[in-house]
Ligand binder design. Structure first.
Ligand code: CAA
Length: 287
């Protein structure tokens, strides 16, 4: 698939990342099919996109007409075949679990045209292993956005062991067309570049609170005001989703070793469904 031939982008998953990626693709002028497994999930994703586009229009970052046109380009669907049947590129943003993603690719492979490119928004998992459940591993790579996609500039474009240079070039051009800055990650390694740095930082922040070395406010004021991050480390964990951070850590712990042992405080947040902004409560309250 050449970059110039891309017209339709399917986004699988309408959660925090999926709906944000669908919004970015629609703003760049692509026809977008956003798919999730339940009507309520796609509706929620669609409502979030509408909120975000209106917010951007309110702040004069785009006109109301541009916001409305972008929303019109998005079709929200549950049926897989309808979502991917005419897609030129599929960007998958389903939960960060190897088995779930593999099942999705096995299913999607049956309905997607032979030349469709597959890009996974995985935060940490092996691109090579995921690509091997498809019949097109050379047309498969990572395309990792950051939360919130509409505001964050960087996209990691990650090679798998089988990915062709043509696929990487096309996906990088697509990222640029989305208005983003792609960085190529030339080795398929857990957490790639950003999460290899950021997720341990959020985990260490949890350990400091867990071990009673510092309060949440003390940790976050240090990371925000002294270290110059745009958000405190625990505020960021809430932004990313505590479940997402935990899944990435569990995988890094399994593949890279002890240094990535998830903090029990983070595990407890996930167990209590205090997942951060998206559930209204995490390390902070958002109601
Ligand atoms: N769409 C539209 N508007 C949005 C929005 C969205 N998706 N998300 C937030 N906003 C709005 C807010 O509602 C708020 O509006 P009001 O001012 O009306 O209340 C406004 O944006 C806040 O924007 P500001 O420009 O005032 O705030 P800011 O300059 O602090 O920017 C931010 C917000 C871009 C999120 C910034 O805090 C930031 O960069 N935070 C770090 C985010 C980050 O590092 N993300 C990566 C996490 S790692 C990851 O995602 C990878 C992974 O795999 C785990």
């Amino acid at each position: 698939m050449d970059f110039e031939d891309i017209e339709t982008v399917a986004v699988l998953g309408a959660g925090n990342m999926g709906h944000g990626i669908a919004e970015v693709a629609a703003l760049a002028g692509y026809e977008v099919r956003m798919r999730d497994i339940k009507e309520e999930f796609v509706q929620n994703g669609y409502d979030n996109i509408e909120w975000s586009l209106n917010k951007l229009a309110e702040k004069d970052q785009l006109t109301q007409g541009e916001a409305d046109d972008a929303l019109d380009r998005i079709e929200a669907l549950v049926d897989v075949e309808a979502a991917v049947g005419d897609a030129d590129v599929i960007i998958e943003a389903v939960p960060e679990k190897m088995d779930i993603k593999k099942d999705v690719y096995t299913d999607v492979e049956q309905h997607a045209p032979a030349d469709t490119l597959f890009a996974t928004n995985t935060s940490s998992l092996s691109i090579t292993e995921l690509s091997e459940v498809t019949e097109r591993p050379e047309q498969f790579c990572g395309m990792h956005f950051f939360n919130p996609p509409v505001r964050m500039q960087l996209v990691e474009v990650i090679t798998g062991a089988h990915t062709s240079d043509e696929t990487l070039d096309t996906i990088e051009q697509l990222a640029e067309e989305f208005g983003k800055t792609p960085v190529r990650v030339r080795k398929d390694s857990p957490g790639f570049i950003v999460n290899r740095i950021l997720v341990p930082l959020m985990n260490e922040a949890c350990w400091l609170v867990h071990d009673d070395v510092a309060t949440i406010a003390e940790v976050d004021s240090t990371t925000k005001f002294d270290m110059g991050l745009p958000m405190g480390a625990l505020e960021l964990s809430d932004q990313v989703g505590n479940d997402v951070g935990l899944h990435v850590l569990e995988y890094m712990h399994e593949t890279l070793g002890e240094a990535y042992d998830p903090c029990p405080l983070l595990e407890a947040k996930v167990e209590d469904e205090k997942l951060g902004k998206k559930t209204g409560e995490g390390f902070y309250d958002y109601d």
